[in-house]
Design a binder for this molecule. Structure first.
Ligand code: NAD
Length: 409
């Protein structure tokens, strides 16, 4: 399964439906720019290692490129292209004046020391400094990249250009140009949309069982928000293990456990289950919050959840989407469900540019004001065209992108 092929199939499906202008389809079928570099890093033992690195600038019709940098052993060019395309769709769905980009390094950061990761992060900036910048392309965190890494990157860029340029990346620590609410934004945005969805389906949060795959920034914050709102979180997964407790987890205790021993394994009272059992669980809400291509044609028909909230990017393949639609499962697509992250990144960039910082409440109110209309536009298109929410999100975004592309040509 190639994530970029999947992305192009999603584009084709939505474009056909609205009879999208051929020139717009052509423009959106390929990135505006792809940059690759090899980063030489001196390791702690004195050896030299070379790491492959990428920045794909997919589309800037609506504003500067925006999108994270992923450090992962499976990063490849097609994955970065797919992720950058989804960023262009996502910024348009959220209706923020930015385009889409994404970057990555093929690396296993878990096998590196902090000092090595710092050298690697700074090397990424050195390699891509000419194509990024606060008015051109603003990276952010993604899988296995952290506020600390964003801080090193902003610092490196500022050193290279000889002035403080904190707005060059977002997702920075709070005392280094970060925004309040950025750490919880992705899950919070998803939470707002989920609340709208359960109202739409006439469900009650307090009766709903949830399973979450991924316990990092997106997954662990979602678990906490849902737990606090009365949902019963019965299954959780990280890269090593999937844990289940039919009574529901005390998420505060799980977070403590994960912080202490760095894995979910061994959480008191839980039972380990495998991935097949995980997707077949009798839950109401399934939250993929790890990597792409997790829900496929081989497990989609096992899914009993009524709602899938895609906090991860690209977790569902097109074949699985069709099965889920037939089975009446509401899939809240990544480009809507996790758009809270890029939305608060955009707020962070505004605050950096103005050198004026917002309160938690201001961030949260503004986030809600973006997420709810985004949900409403997508739902409206879904009803109007009688289509699934993913295609409806693409329709929403493509209409906005088409307007921006057409006036520029
Ligand atoms: P993260 O690095 O903080 O966490 C990733 C989590 O996924 C970890 O708990 C890891 O153990 C788990 N994981 C990795 N491989 C797994 C596997 N095979 N099975 C189960 N769990 C696995 O990353 P994150 O920021 O939480 O990102 C997770 C997803 O959310 C990604 O798809 C990312 O693109 C997407 N996303 C994140 C943000 C954000 O603001 N963090 C915004 C939009 C989208």
């Amino acid at each position: 399964m190639n994530a970029y092929d999947n992305a192009l199939r999603q584009l084709e499906k939505a474009a056909k439906l609205i009879d999208l202008d051929k020139d717009v389809v052509a423009r959106l079928s390929t990135p505006e720019r792809t940059v690759m570099a090899s980063l030489p890093i001196k390791m702690d033992d004195g050896s030299l290692k070379i790491f492959e690195a990428y920045r794909v600038q997919y589309n800037s019709a609506r504003g500067p490129y925006k999108g994270g940098i992923r450090f992962h052993p499976q990063v490849d060019l097609d994955e970065v292209k797919a992720l950058s395309f989804w960023m262009a769709i996502k910024t348009a769905v959220a209706n923020i004046p930015m385009g889409g980009g994404k970057g990555g390094i093929l690396v296993d950061p878990k096998a590196m020391s902090e000092a090595e990761i710092q050298r690697l992060s700074r090397a990424w900036i050195k390699a891509f400094k000419d194509v990024i910048g606060p008015e051109k392309d603003i990276p952010a965190p993604d899988v296995y990249t952290t506020p600390q890494i964003m801080c090193w990157m902003a610092d490196e860029y500022s050193n290279l250009v000889g002035k403080k340029q904190w707005g060059v990346v977002t997702g920075k620590p709070l005392d280094f140009g970060g925004s309040k609410g950025r750490d919880t934004a992705t899950a919070m945005g998803g939470f707002y949309v989920l609340q709208e969805a359960i109202n739409e389906l006439d469900l009650k949060a307090s009766k709903l069982k949830v399973a979450i795959q991924g316990f990092g920034n997106a997954g662990s914050v979602a678990a906490k928000l849902l737990y606090d709102a009365g949902y019963k979180v019965v299954a959780l997964a990280d890269s090593r293990v999937i844990i289940f407790d039919k009574k529901g987890f005390d998420v505060d205790k799980v977070i403590e456990h994960k912080e202490k021993i760095k894995t979910l394994a061994g959480f008191k009272g839980s039972k380990e289950i495998d991935i097949k059992e995980f997707f077949a669980l009798d839950v109401d809400v399934l939250v993929p919050a790890a990597l792409e291509n997790q829900i496929t044609k081989s497990n989609a028909s096992d899914i009993k959840a009524k709602i899938i909230l895609e906090l991860a990017n690209g977790p569902t393949t097109p074949e699985a989407d069709e099965i889920l639609f037939e089975n009446n499962v509401m899939v809240i697509p990544d480009v809507l469900a996790n758009a809270g992250g890029v939305t608060v990144s955009y707020f962070e960039w505004i605050q950096n540019n103005e050198n004026n910082y917002w309160s938690d409440k201001e961030v949260d109110d503004e986030l809600k004001e973006r997420m709810i209309p985004a949900w409403q536009s997508v739902l409206k298109n879904s009803k109007e065209y009688k289509i699934d929410l993913r295609t409806a999100a693409f329709v929403t975004a493509l209409k906005r992108l088409a307007e921006a592309i057409k006036v520029q040509h």
